[in-house]
Design a protein around this ligand. Structure first.
Ligand code: KIV
Length: 282
């Protein structure tokens, strides 16, 4: 019998903090199914976020609000299968969808607990730092559930904030600094800062011990997170702070159009004259 295959050693959410301490870059990419997870896993992302942005990029909703906990679990499981071939799969962080953590601490623990029990995710992410949210985070962390915070442009509050850059005025910047401190004190293992001024984000990154992962928050954060569908140019319109690396949509449509055209051309080509029957052997 040959040597037993080494079982995969999954990374942990807390490894991101070690990367910050060591001064190493941190990259987080979103995934929504086994195919996208295999791509970002093979590319070497430090963590994979099953973000509720999948409501818009994959499920076709206008905002992130309609996606349900059941749907997030379904996508998380597919992402886990896509990473399962890797020797050291990155940890999976799952967004808690709108209204799964805003209706009381017990309901939030039940929702986050389902994510850890019923999917391969090792952590959850939730938005905001209002007192009720801090109380939820405190309880989740004390229950053994790692939590990533998310401040700045928080898409679940789109009907209040829109998709505009946040914290442009000194008072709002001071509030964001206080909220970032509060999230660290509540036990978050990392913080996403979305669409805020670069100097504010780099100052918060220096001030916090936990890693600050930016998107549209300048280059001075400890790490960067991107929606993979945006980076690959697959979404119809990318946000200005997340330009595509390739025109994936254009290239895919062109390739598919070429294939369809070839099928149509093959059908409409004049039939070839059938070969004359071979002369019988005497
Ligand atoms: O849902 C998501 O993809 C996110 C990222 C933009 C950080 O929250």
């Amino acid at each position: 019998m040959g040597p037993a295959a080494a079982s995969p050693v999954p990374q942990r959410p807390g490894d991101l903090a070690r990367r910050k301490q060591a001064g190493l870059a941190i990259t987080v990419l979103t995934a929504w199914d086994a195919l996208s997870a295999a791509l970002v896993g093979e590319a070497g992302a430090d963590a994979v976020l099953v973000g509720d942005s999948l409501a818009m990029t994959v499920l076709g909703h206008a905002t992130t609000l309609p996606v349900t906990l059941e749907e997030m679990l379904h996508h998380c499981r597919a992402v886990g299968r896509g990473l399962s071939g890797l020797a050291s799969p990155p940890s999976i962080i799952c967004d808690l969808p709108f209204l799964s953590y805003q209706c009381g601490i017990d309901a939030a623990v039940a929702a986050a607990g389902r994510v850890l029990k019923e999917s391969p995710a090792a952590a959850v992410k939730l938005e905001g730092a209002e007192p009720e949210t801090l109380a939820v985070i405190d309880r989740l962390v004390r229950t053994g559930i790692p939590v990533m915070g998310h401040l700045g442009l928080t898409p679940q509050a789109v009907h209040q904030l829109g998709y505009r850059r946040q914290a442009n005025e000194p008072a709002a910047q001071e509030k964001l600094r206080r909220q970032a401190d509060a999230l660290e004190a509540a036990g978050c293992f990392a913080l996403v800062l979305e669409h805020v001024p670069a100097e504010l984000a780099s100052g918060i990154s220096r001030a916090l011990r936990i890693p600050v992962i930016g998107i549209g928050a300048g280059d001075g954060c400890d790490g960067q997170v991107r929606v993979t569908a945006d980076l690959l140019g697959l979404t119809p319109r990318q946000p200005p702070f997340s330009p595509p690396l390739i025109d994936g949509r254009g290239q895919a449509v062109e390739a598919l159009r070429g294939w369809i055209g070839a099928q149509q051309a093959a059908r409409s080509a004049p039939p070839t004259t059938p070969a004359a029957p071979a002369a019988p052997h005497c």
